[in-house]
Design a protein around this ligand. Structure first.
Ligand SMILES: [Zn+2]
Length: 178
């Protein structure tokens, strides 16, 4: 399997390669928003490949990138089998990771609220505020949201395709050597 550094390079190169395609496509449908849209797509692609890598399903260098927040991905790693469809697929895996991340944020807000409530401190329903902000953000900016999600999907997909290519290459190499 390519290591984390190789995957980072693949993320960077694929992001740079996709940017002009996205920009070209956007100039046809929404020329005035092409630069912003391409930026959002490319940033999402890079963040997806570097921080939300499919290899979060195993104890890897990616976990360490999250620093003190790496605990977020421990349950994910325990639940999801390594290199399974749920972590290494083109569309389902990245979307599942976004849903998981959202779930963790909701859980964290609820947990902190509950702890503070035990101390007699009542805080606002931040998980509701966050959820509302996300829904309103998507509804109010559907194109930008689509580009962000699209970039997030391609960032993960570049990793998964590289893994598949590496596995197939190794298999062919072994067969050729026999
Ligand atoms: Zn992988």
């Amino acid at each position: 399997m390519p290591d984390a550094t190789t995957h980072d390079r693949i993320t960077l190169i694929s992001g740079i390669a996709l940017a002009p395609l996205v920009y070209g496509g956007l100039t046809v449908v929404a020329a005035d928003a092409a630069a912003l849209g391409t930026s959002l797509f490319t940033i999402a692609h890079m963040v997806s490949g570097v921080l939300f890598s499919p290899d979060l399903d195993i104890d890897s260098a990616i976990h360490r990138r999250w620093g003190i927040l790496s605990w977020i991905w421990r349950p994910y790693m325990w639940i999801i089998p390594h290199r399974h469809f749920w972590s290494h697929s083109l569309v389902v895996a990245p979307l599942l990771k976004l849903i998981y991340f959202y779930g963790v944020l909701v859980g964290a807000f609820l947990g902190v609220s509950w702890c503070l409530a035990q101390l007699g401190v009542v805080v606002r329903d931040y998980h509701v505020i966050m959820t509302r902000a996300i829904i309103e953000g998507i509804a109010g900016n559907p194109h930008q949201a689509g580009l962000l999600i699209g970039g997030f999907i391609t960032g993960n997909a570049a990793h998964t395709i590289a893994d598949w290519a590496s596995t197939t290459g190794k298999r062919l190499w072994r067969r050729w050597q026999r």
